[in-house]
Design a protein around this ligand. Structure first.
Ligand code: CU
Length: 142
């Protein structure tokens, strides 16, 4: 009695091919998840503004962002919150820094970031690009 006949070998090689295919698909899927846009945004608090005149910040929808917040003011505490995302740093003393990693919503939107200690420290956090921002500005002026 032949145990390893031609049909067995054919089936065995099919299983091996399928297995290799599965491993390949898993690797590719894992790779594409790891290569999602990972944005690093650095925000620096100076005396009574975020450096760069409270700049507009941009992030791609669905991306993962690492926010680095540094307080380089002299003798003034600052904090940073992005409204609507639940992203908020502690109140930082001069010289301190904090990093927060968070996920950005999938849909384009324009949010506000600010320091609640100083209401004039306020800028826009845009999920999307410049066209998202201009569309939202057109909507608010109409
Ligand atoms: Cu502040």
């Amino acid at each position: 009695m032949k145990v390893f006949g031609p049909s067995f070998r054919r089936r065995a090689s099919l299983v091996i091919v399928c297995g290799m295919l599965l491993v390949g698909i898993t690797l590719v899927a894992g790779e594409s998840m790891r290569s999602r846009p990972n944005t690093v945004i650095e925000v620096v608090a100076e005396n009574l503004a975020f450096r760069g005149n409270n700049p507009t910040l941009y992030a791609e929808p669905g991306s993962e962002v690492k926010l680095i917040f540094r307080n380089e003011a002299r003798g003034i505490e600052h904090h940073l919150v992005i409204e609507g995302l639940g992203v908020e740093t502690a109140i930082l003393r001069p010289g301190e820094r904090e990093e927060i990693i968070f996920s950005v919503p999938m849909r384009d939107t324009v949010l506000t970031y600010s320091c609640y200690l100083h209401p004039i420290m306020k800028g826009k956090f845009v999920v999307g690009d410049a066209s998202t921002l201009s569309a939202s500005q057109a909507a608010t002026t109409n």
